[in-house]
Design a protein around this ligand. Structure first.
Ligand code: HEC
Ligand code: HEC
Length: 430
């Protein structure tokens, strides 16, 4: 894990406690204003998490009355997409299709704030590793409470007209009395204050360890010396970490760092050059491109051509629970998601359409001028027609390994007599 992430991890619990104690978070003006909101009463963390859970599951917070946060972020699937649709439909009449796949919300408690210039604190702090962190696939939301406001107000999602609209819905909910009991009798009278209480409850809920970061996968048990990997899983782990083979570790770190369990993301931004997904209605317009960091949803980096096509590296924890993969939800099985890495360059005909002249339209979800941004290092980079970087058996092994990252594993083995498995440390991210 990178140090920002580590520091952020250390902050999660104290921050939640500080919130409860009414102490502000000195992390930039907007955050300070948010966290210093004066409520009549300061709810305890547990109360906030309980209220946040009620909000998260409540479809009456949407204009349609049919969409809750949990409609898209399914608690049974690590708060990721509920089904195999590339994008979810929501909005006033549930008629508006989204433009990106729903990310999992587990293990997002460590996502650092967005920075355009990330410096790894590894003794060589001279190397600018580029953009990192932030919420959503393009990092445009700085905090979980800013993030929660996006779907509540987005016409494509829960379609509320304003903060006051959201607050009015909470005030009408069956659990409104619980909000008054927690924040004070007059909580709903000033929407400028009550909206912050609502967003705070969602934010704290998303930081509940039992539901959002239990670290209860087989792989965690292995790191703790309480489980062993099967032969196939262990082969997959070696491929995953080997810089000359899968090289997955480079962007999805799997080792302990500073005593913390790994998140399987370095929060960096990369263009994988995925094929265009015709199932996303916005893609019917040949002039429309989802370019991630450089737009169209975030506007501040639109002038940086080198950022076009880059998306935030997701955590791979609980990835086997997903049925759609990558920011555009094109891929619908984990095996195919891994196969993409093996075949993108060696077998491009299996992934990209052909133009009228028979040529393969590689990287067809990016304008030609942005193709140079696409990642070419291992496991990519073979010539077309060469042997894929990973064989079919390698792909199976990697899929088996990724299956060990699903939470809820029950340990059957007795703990090892030693203090724990000698887990390898992650090498520095790029
Ligand atoms: C209609 C489907 C839909 C609904 C409803 C929805 N989300 Fe999302 N959520 C998404 C999509 C799609 C993204 C990715 C957006 C992007 O990258 O631009 C996302 C991203 C997020 C993220 C960022 C995760 C990360 O890895 O950075 C958080 C947190 C989140 N949503 C929380 C919520 C909360 C809280 C609610 C309810 C108030 C909610 N969502 C309602 C579809 C939805
Ligand atoms: C250079 C960095 C990099 C390397 C190396 C890398 N990944 Fe990724 N990975 C990413 C990024 C970035 C995404 C999201 C890309 C997008 O959706 O546009 C991603 C997405 C994924 C996903 C889909 C997750 C989801 O939630 O949709 C899987 C599965 C995955 N990677 C597995 C692997 C495996 C297995 C390897 C090694 C064979 C690997 N990755 C190597 C950066 C990397």
């Amino acid at each position: 894990m990178n140090p920002i992430a580590w520091i952020r991890w250390l902050l999660v619990v104290p921050v939640a406690l500080a919130i409860a104690a009414g102490v502000g978070l000195a992390a930039g003006a907007p955050a300070r204003a948010f966290y210093t909101t004066r409520y009549e009463k300061q709810p305890a963390v547990g109360t906030l998490a309980r209220l946040g859970r009620l909000l998260f599951m409540d479809p009456s917070l949407s204009a349609s009355g049919a969409t809750s946060c949990s409609s898209c972020h399914d608690p049974a699937r690590a708060f990721g997409p509920p089904d195999g649709a590339s994008v979810q439909r929501a909005g006033t009449g549930r008629e508006s299709p989204g433009v990106r796949a729903v990310p999992s919300l587990t293990y997002t408690q460590t996502v650092p704030a967005f920075t355009e210039h990330f410096f790894e604190d590894d003794g060589d702090d001279s190397e600018d590793q580029g953009p990192a962190g932030g919420r959503t696939w393009d990092g445009r939301a700085a905090t979980a409470h800013d993030q929660a406001r996006l779907p509540l107000l987005s016409p494509l999602e829960m379609a509320n007209a304003s903060d006051a609209d959201v607050v009015a819905r909470v005030a009408r909910a069956a659990y409104a009395a619980q909000f008054r009991a927690a924040f004070g009798e007059h909580f709903f009278e000033d929407p400028a204050i009550s909206i912050n209480g609502v967003l705070l409850a969602l934010e704290v809920f998303e930081q509940s360890p039992a539901e959002f970061y239990p670290y209860s996968s087989k792989y965690d048990a292995w790191l703790r010396g309480q489980a062993s990997l099967s032969v196939e899983e262990e082969r997959g782990r070696k491929l995953f970490t080997d810089p000359m083979r899968g090289n997955c570790e480079h962007c999805h770190p799997s080792g302990m760092r500073f005593g913390a369990l790994p998140q399987f993301t370095d929060y960096g931004y990369v263009a994988l050059g995925l094929p265009r997904n015709p199932a996303i209605p916005a893609n019917e317009d040949p002039g429309y491109f989802d370019l991630g960091l450089c737009g169209p949803f975030r506007k501040d980096l639109a002038a940086h051509a080198a950022y076009c096509g880059l998306f935030r590296t997701p955590s791979l924890r609980n990835v086997a629970l997903r049925r759609v993969f990558y920011h555009n939800g094109l891929v619908t099985s984990l095996r195919d998601a891994v196969r993409f890495y093996a075949e993108r360059d060696a077998r491009p005909d299996r992934w990209y359409p052909r133009a009228a002249d028979g040529s393969i339209q590689k990287f067809n979800d990016l304008p030609t001028s942005n193709h140079r941004n696409v990642e070419m290092d291992l496991p990519f980079g073979e010539a077309a027609g060469a042997a894929p970087s990973l064989s079919d058996a390698d792909i199976d092994d990697l899929v088996a390994f990724l299956g060990t990252l699903t939470d809820g594993f029950r340990t059957t083995e007795a703990p090892a007599p030693s203090t724990g498995h000698q887990a390898p440390a992650s090498p520095s991210p790029r």
